[in-house]
Design a protein around this ligand. Sequence first.
Ligand code: NAD
Length: 511
Amino acid sequence: MVVAILRRAPGTLASAVRLHRATFAAPTARFMSTHVTNAACEDHEPGFLGSVETYFDRAAKISGVSNKSLAAIRAVDSVLSVKFPVEIDADTHVIIEGYRAQHSRHRLPCKGGIRFSDEVDLQEVEALASLMTYKCAVVDVPFGGAKGGVKLNPKKFTPAQLERITRRYTMELCQKNFIGPGVDVPAPDVGTGPREMSWIMDTYRQFNPQDVNAAGCVTGKPISQGGVRGRNEATGLGVYYGVREFLQFPEVQKMSGLDGDIAGKTVIVQGFGNVGYWAAKFFQNNGAKIIGIGEHDVAAYDPNGLDIEAIFKHRSEKGTFRGFGNAEIIEEPIKVMERECDILIPAALERQIGLKNVKNIKAKIIGEAANGPITPDAHDYLVSQGKVVIPDLLLNAGGVTVSYFEWLKNLSHVRFGRMSRKWEEAGKNKLLTLVEENAGRQLTPQERRAVIHGAEEHELVYSGLEDTMIGACEETRATAALKNTDFRTAALVNAIQKISTVTAQSGQMFL
Ligand code: NAD
């Protein structure tokens, strides 16, 4: 059913709002996205949504779940599409396009980032929303999947204009019931960050002054606004934990010819934004050598290793990698992914490895930090060559995992560890005193501090994230072995089975 509502906006121009509750999609994929051709992909390769649907269908076949349930799981539930005017200066309004897709409401709230990019379109948002549902299931985060997007290049707007756009988009979400701590909870994605999340929360609050849980309407907020320590780096840290786990699996060591240690591995990262920067930093902090970083304009390459903090500072000051130390500058940045390395981390955008460039990829392990960076044909080629592909829905799930922790913090209105930290320290102190008495030896102050130290919020968050990633990697690996399939299909099989169980046990009242 498609409902079109045309109404007059509080401003001077009409705002067109289209709200539809999607019917179950026929299994013929809507393959073509609006940006099918790029430097990596052939024209006939599917768009992002087509890729997600292709991957889903492969896993569906071996999931053991009934066709009726599969159709329900695969369909995008609801889509909001808005166009609204925003005043740029006294004489100019621009019409902004925005979307929010809720792929699944088998668990509530729905959860998923908001992307600000010129490339945003409905299919991209639907693809990302679907992926969010499967991702949440893979890491046992009890949310349905959603995603939002605003079609604009944030670099072309001032902060004041971006604030007006973000607030107006949020107003649309509020009016159509597409946001709220129990309904749908956005987070940062490409082109957005803590600043935008603050604006979203503040706007939601104006519309819902009675909602004591208003802070839980969005995650990825600054700490001062109810954010949780560790959210900023969570996705990159999760990428690190995931690759570290896979490296320890004997079958992965056999496929890749690599030993189980991160230390000493060479790594190339595409995209030096939130996810790419933090992933690179954690790899480097744990002994890996980052030899290449690709950005949208150029890539930097140095076989001796790039210092992450130094190159980040350089790029922040100069706006480019050019002129950084002895680094070679690669003018066609996508080519950096074709250099020799142990681990390749695409952390920019979808469809970066396709049939045009896949045969040149030399990395032994490809860890999908971005959503949808590899097309299905390219994925099959990599797997046929014995490469290890760690899929997005598992590897970049650290962001939504810690968003879940932030949401829990917001609903409980207390910082993690605040009630228990000193109590635990006091208990451990008493225990140590008893141990000292019995052992006849005094601990040094450093030894005592190391043992009694009660966890800070970020330590609890890191620990919860690590535990989640270890569990999800193990589950994926076990299913891959059981079904004799690749890791992406295995992760999707796990997701489909979990979603099916939740739906079936809920009684499916409205089916
Ligand atoms: P971001 O906007 O912080 O960073 C993206 C970076 O990629 C930017 O520095 C941009 O300049 C660069 N870039 C753009 N086009 C490029 C190109 N063609 N080649 C190389 N670099 C390019 O976004 P982010 O939050 O880091 O997200 C990156 C990816 O990770 C996206 O696919 C996103 O959906 C996914 N992801 C993000 C999160 C999160 O918590 N932020 C969570 C899960 C998945």
